[in-house]
Design a protein around this ligand. Structure first.
Ligand code: TIU
Length: 223
């Protein structure tokens, strides 16, 4: 069986049709000034370094015909899917639903809620709007994966310790073989990224694997 050289040990790869590239929340709201990330007090420029790596992975997965899934953290304009607890959290100057320079913060369809132009989904790629941090909560992701008999998920995106980690844990509990691509995920806090990679892969890969994008690309191309 083909594999990816990964941590803590090689990640077995089945047929390409059972693999999906999952790109978590690469939205203007998190990567550009004036969105949700900045409203929470973060330096959003920290996330931009991974964009070329995610682009390279996306290009290869498209060429190989691997399923691509984009997620979007967002809420309905009437906020009916936003728990008051989430809206009140953070106590920033702007919160979810408020109008900022890129439109209403974290609201579906607003300019700031869009995926960054470098990673715009292609026709046929799966787009999963999600009201929570995890992509399995109140979404159609479980059905999309089941329909395609996907068993292996390669994770990228932001932020490592919030939406990426939550989704990878949800996926692991549902029996998916999960690998986090080390240089294709970013946090506003470098030490949180380091800690997340360590805790997900500890104890023999208690939640899953991690690997650099070079090894992921080599594994996929050899499949
Ligand atoms: N604040 C933070 O680090 N992340 C989020 O709110 N959402 C995602 O990670 N997408």
């Amino acid at each position: 069986m083909a594999e990816i050289l990964a941590h803590p040990y090689p990640y077995p790869l089945p047929s390409l049709s059972q693999v999906a590239l999952v790109i978590i929340d690469m939205q203007r709201d998190f990567l550009e000034p004036g969105g949700f990330g900045e409203a929470l007090g973060n330096d959003v420029t920290k996330l931009q370094a991974i964009v070329p790596t995610v682009q390279a992975l996306l290009a290869t997965c498209r060429r190989l015909g691997i399923t691509v899934i984009h997620t979007l953290e967002c809420h309905q304009p009437d906020l009916s899917d936003c728990p008051p607890a989430k809206r009140e959290r953070g106590k920033g100057s702007l919160t979810i639903g408020d109008r900022g320079p890129m439109g209403r913060i974290l609201i579906q369809g607003e300019p700031g809620n869009a995926i960054i132009p470098e990673l715009t989904p292609a026709p046929g790629e799966i787009i999963i709007p999600k009201p929570g941090k995890g992509a399995f909560y109140h979404t159609t992701l479980p059905q999309e994966l089941a329909q395609r008999q996907i068993t292996h998920l390669l994770f990228t995106g932001v932020t490592t310790e919030v939406c990426v980690q939550t989704t990878m844990r949800e996926a692991n509990d549902r029996g998916y073989e999960c690998l986090l691509i080390e240089d294709a995920t970013a946090s506003y806090f470098e030490d949180f990224k380091t800690a997340t990679l360590a805790m997900l892969t500890a104890q023999g890969g208690i939640i899953g694997w991690s690997a650099p994008s070079t090894e992921v690309l080599a594994g996929l191309i050899n499949l």
